[in-house]
Design a protein around this ligand. Structure first.
Ligand code: ADP
Length: 541
């Protein structure tokens, strides 16, 4: 017997309609590419998203068609999120930091016909255009006064909207319909497309708002540093309207100074970003002896948050860090760190240790670890294995995948990450399976070695990679960027490991470098490092 509840498909358009009706006056503030700060409300955003819907239909966009964006976090990008998905088309958020060949590959693979871009990316789209023959329409996300001269025939976003009415009624359709497309950033391979649905996006948006996750509410003022081209800014553009939170979009200003000014002027109290951007912000604030007056918490994820960073944010700036883990294939959030009632009496140091895990799964994400043969391993916080996940916002296949399904025979998604799960569900990621250092029969966690190195007061950034060793097959090599004007020798660095880790896992050598390579999503690019140091001769070899 079926229940007698209404059939109300989970539509992305319902989020903006709700925000308009119940939080119509809540603000969306954007630092624009053109310069000034722009501010309007959810009610304004909803009206403009409906105009955009009419404009897209006039441009011939059909249900299921992919519409690309090359844009920062800003209000026009937000309107595209709703306008495109709302008419049943698919918003394809392209990461402009990818290499030229990756960009043309994914635009062609997705079959994009329309590309909306921020003015920052004009020269990029001019370079891309000859290799993207299927793209017929390039739309500059600006008004007539700022329209640039270009070798391309460009349309003007504001003119498109000005020509339309805002009386569009969002259609209802199957909640499993595709809504968004995002390619993995290729940290470990070629970019692959993940196709989110309306249903998966809504369920994910609801789960991340919960108090033990990001704790968003109508009182929140959220500044997503993580870009809308990096897995939908971890869901903020959907979660914020769901609860009626104020959003502050930083645009292209991701340096410490610009971010700090916006945090303060807009009284931001919650944020989200990868460790690298926090590194820049912390450095700027320390140099200028600044403090946050309203910021209380942030989610940090995308790569492991180093303990030294979490301590600095807590002890020097009073910020609670919720450590999150996930990936494009998981929409992206899988776990977030927060304590339970039973942890109430833990000491500050014990709580810190708990915060440094990657947290517990949100309801909706099932998780287990397995050994090399796919056998389940115990959830005892000790055994480490390949992390497998299941759930309504976990991908079941890549877009237009011409290889076999990535799922295991029993339907789990292998994340490519290695870790342990404790009896309370807390996940500790020890590495990506490709980054683990396989020394003899033992596995060494590159993340653990990096975390120790970053704890040294003279170290700004560190990366550990495996290098060939004739006896052990692989051994760890540590690459270090020193803080400006700081002295540190190889021996001092290695001595710093004593008593902090098992002796045999200490790096075999240290190389001091001026900078480390990062991927398009701001993570250490171990793939590039491994290639650069492939023939490195270890002193122990
Ligand atoms: P890409 O795989 O191209 O880097 P994603 O942004 O989807 O793109 O990255 C997901 C990966 O990032 C995860 O598989 C994991 O290895 C890593 N990651 C994400 N969050 C964390 C975290 N908190 N700690 C450690 N690793 C993390």
């Amino acid at each position: 017997m079926l229940g007698l509840m209404m059939h109300w498909p989970l539509m992305i358009s319902s989020l903006i309609r709700h925000a308009d009706q119940c939080h119509g006056e809540a603000e969306i503030v954007s630092r624009t590419v053109e310069g000034p700060i722009h501010r309007y409300t959810y009610r304004d955003a909803h009206a403009r998203a409906r105009r955009l819907a009419n404009a897209l239909i006039r441009l011939g966009v059909t249900p299921g068609e992919r519409v690309a964006t090359l844009a920062w976090n800003g209000y026009r990008h937000f309107e595209l999120y709703y306008g495109v998905s709302g008419i049943g088309a698919v918003i394809h958020t392209v990461n402009p930091r990818l290499f030229h060949d990756q960009l043309t590959h994914i635009i062609n693979h997705a079959g994009d016909r329309l590309v909306f871009f921020d003015l920052t990316f004009l020269s990029l789209v001019e370079k891309l255009a000859p290799s993207c023959p299927a793209v017929t329409t390039w739309i500059a996300m600006t008004e007539r006064a700022h329209m640039p001269d270009s070798s391309l025939q460009l349309l003007c976003y504001e003119e498109l909207l000005a020509a339309e009415r805002d009386d569009y009624a969002w259609p209802e359709f199957d909640e499993e319909t595709a809504a968004g497309l995002c390619y993995t950033s290729g940290t470990t391979g070629h970019p692959k497309g993940v196709l989110f649905s309306h249903r998966s996006t809504l369920l994910h948006a609801m789960a991340v708002c919960l108090p033990d996750a990001k704790g968003y509410s109508a009182q929140s003022v959220i500044l997503p540093i993580v870009p809308m081209f990096h897995v939908n800014a971890w869901g903020v553009p959907y979660s914020a309207p769901l609860v009626g939170a104020k959003i502050v979009f930083p645009g292209a200003g991701l340096d410490g100074k610009s971010l700090y000014e916006l945090f303060e002027s807009e009284r931001v109290e919650s944020s989200a970003g990868v460790p690298t951007v926090w590194l820049g912000l912390i450095q700027y604030m320390k140099q200028n002896k600044l403090q946050f007056s309203t910021l209380k918490r942030t989610t940090i994820g995308g790569s492991a948050c180093p303990p030294a960073m979490m301590r600095t944010l807590r002890d020097d700036f009073g910020i609670t860090v919720a450590h999150g883990w996930g990936m494009t294939e998981m929409s992206p959030v899988g776990t977030i760190g927060s304590p339970k009632a039973k942890h109430r009496d833990l000491s500050a140091e014990e709580l810190m240790a708990l915060s440094l895990t990657q947290g517990r799964p949100l309801y909706g994400v099932e998780m287990k670890i397995v050994d090399g043969e796919g056998r389940d391993l115990p959830r005892d916080g000790v055994a480490t294995g390949n992390v497998m996940v299941k759930g309504p916002w976990v991908m079941r296949d890549y877009f237009k995948n011409d290889q076999s399904s990535p799922l295991s025979a029993d339907g789990w998604f292998p994340t490519g990450d290695v870790g342990s799960i404790d009896p309370d569900g807390y996940l500790q990621i020890t590495d990506r399976s490709k980054d683990v250092i396989k020394s003899g029969g033992e596995w060494i966690s590159s993340i653990e070695l990096e975390n120790v190195a970053i704890g040294h007061p003279a170290v700004l950034e560190a990366a550990v990679i495996s290098v060939f060793h004739p006896k052990w097959n692989e051994r760890p090599l540590l690459l270090v960027v020193k803080k400006p004007n700081m002295n540190l020798s190889r021996d001092e660095m290695l001595k710093f490991y004593e008593g902090k880790i098992a002796k045999w896992s200490t790096p075999d050598d240290v190389v001091f470098v001026d900078e480390l390579p990062h991927t398009a999503t701001g993570k250490l690019s171990k793939k590039v490092l491994r290639e650069s140091y492939r023939n490195y001769c270890l002193p122990t070899g």
